[in-house]
Ligand binder design. Structure first.
Ligand code: ADQ
Length: 484
């Protein structure tokens, strides 16, 4: 446990503008090459989620630039500040990325936390590097934060950072949010470094999860593996002198629903949506899938169900088509190369069996597209298929709903997403049950416009009420109150 005194209550002198965000990646991207290269804020993602909280004088973001450092030197030309946001770089070498990010974070933690749907690989040298990199993030955080500053640490790559920060800076208020699920203790107990991870997280004043289930799983792990006795949403953590209270809660993340809606209504996006429908063959029923190409997303399962539903006559081949957009992801990790092969095998089989010249049954694109093109696809599609085997939340489903400005469209949603805890008006499915999935595709095809619009209305109310602004505000407000 930290060798530092237990901090007293945070006083009113803490400035809410002194927010330090610590996340694996900096929210910036390089534009241009060579001497002309400059940096700009990258659109979307966590940075837009935190925009309202970041607006203020002294917000700093700590993370990796994406540039591989030869031996720990800073990224050439990286600014110390961009559009009012302070930038604190943690340089990473190729070996760091290989062992900490691709290895421990994405080869061990990611699959374990997603119900071990792929086998987690535990390498001791990768954990050593994970500790080392987490320490470097914590060091930059400790150096950047003003007295009594608020620091918000994000996600599974940085679970040791809260405790490492507290050891150096007990004056700070520390929040941690996990974007992916926290698994049941029976699974978590596999992790050779389970104790270090739990103690790392308990360095925070507030530990936030996407769902109540994840928060409960964490509390059970604390009880079983650390022999502490959480009471309600609080854990009393023993310190050198007395105890320190850690709050645990669920904070389901949302999207900037209004900006998706506004983009969906622009004439350019509407025109592009009509064009996409034409390009897909003017079928009356267009199914859409949009995912990072990840084995947790159940992409192959939904395409198999679609193919079988057409083959079995549950869906009419003359009436339906499918568009699957997959963004390439983590291609240096073995399991990700495998899921690509699996997905492409299913696409090939379904199109081989059911396609016609110039008219495949599944249109498959493995590429990232612009926000405008993505929104045009959401507007063009009659139904969205979201079938992960496990997903912390899933933002794609919320984006689709926000874009259905005329209350049309349908959502087929896996029970195993965080989103399913909120979006009860979706057609909920167990993605492991192929027959149920096929029947649900049939139910979507035969639903009346009235049923669909009633469901969509319910979905939209939820997505607009629980937007990203509310998520960030409620986490930060709870963190502010966490020590009082
Ligand atoms: P992800 O696993 O990345 O996020 P998700 O929440 O669906 O999953 O977000 C994916 C994002 O990528 C969406 O904003 C989507 O629009 C975008 N995207 C996907 N395919 C794209 C493509 N081909 N082109 C362009 N954009 C594309 C993790 C967790 C989730 C959790 C989020 C946020 O795994 O469970 O919801 O963090 O906390």
């Amino acid at each position: 446990m930290p060798q530092t005194p237990v901090p007293g209550p945070v006083t009113a002198t803490s400035d809410p503008q002194d927010l330090i965000v610590v996340a694996n990646r900096l929210p910036i991207e390089a534009v241009g090459e060579g001497p002309d290269m400059t940096w700009q804020r990258s659109p979307g993602g966590l940075v837009s989620a935190l925009e309202p909280a970041l607006q203020g004088a002294r917000a700093t973001w700590i993370g990796w630039s994406g540039h591989l450092s030869g031996s720990g030197e800073a990224t050439p030309g990286l600014p110390e500040e961009l559009d009012g946001l302070g930038i604190g770089e943690v340089p990473l070498t190729e070996l760091d990325v290989h062992d900490y990010y691709e290895g421990l974070a994405n080869g061990a933690i990611w699959p374990l936390y997603h119900d071990a749907v792929a086998t987690p690989i535990y390498h001791r040298h990768e954990f050593e590097r994970y500790v080392d990199v987490n320490r470097r993030f914590a060091d930059v955080g400790a150096q950047s934060a003003p007295p009594n500053g608020v620091v918000w640490v994000h996600d599974y790559q940085l679970q040791l950072v809260p405790r490492l920060l507290r050891e150096q800076r007990p004056d700070m208020r520390i929040g941690f949010f996990l974007h992916i699920p926290f698994p049941p203790v029976e699974l978590f107990a596999q992790l050779p470094w389970r104790r270090q991870i739990l103690e790392g997280l308990l360095g925070a004043d507030l530990v936030g999860f996407q769902t109540v289930t994840s928060a409960q799983n964490f509390l059970s792990a604390v009880r079983r593996l650390l022999a502490l006795r959480p009471g309600g949403d609080r854990v009393e953590v023993p310190e050198t002198h007395g105890y320190r209270t850690v709050r645990v809660g669920s904070f389901p993340i949302g999207i900037d629903a209004k900006s998706f809606e506004a983009l969906a209504m622009t004439p350019a996006v509407q025109a592009r949506a009509r064009e996409i429908r034409r390009e897909l063959g003017d079928y009356p029923l267009i199914f859409l899938g949009v995912d990072r190409l990840d084995y947790t997303k159940g992409i192959d399962i939904r395409m198999r169900a679609f193919g079988e539903a057409v083959r079995d006559g549950i869906l009419d081949a003359d009436q339906v088509t499918m568009l699957q957009l997959a963004i390439p992801s983590r291609e240096n990790v073995e399991e990700y190369r495998r899921i690509r092969d699996d997905v492409e095998l299913v696409v090939g089989r379904v199109n081989g069996d059911l396609g016609r010249v110039g008219d495949p049954a599944i249109h498959y694109l493995r590429q990232a597209v612009s926000r405008e093109e993505l929104v045009a696809m959401y507007v063009a599609a009659d139904a969205l298929l979201v079938t992960p085997l496990r997903d912390g939340m899933n933002l794609v489903v919320k984006e689709y709903v926000a874009c259905r400005t005329d209350n049309t469209g349908a959502v087929v949603l896996s029970e195993f997403t965080g989103a399913a805890q909120q979006l009860h008006d979706a057609f909920l499915v167990n993605p492991y049950d192929l027959d149920q999935l096929k029947r649900t595709l049939g139910a979507v095809a035969t639903a009346t416009p009235e049923e669909l619009s009633e469901r969509m209305e319910g979905l939209r109310t939820n997505v607009f009420e629980h937007d990203v602004d509310r998520w960030a505000r409620s986490f930060l407000a709870t963190l502010s109150g966490a020590l009082t």
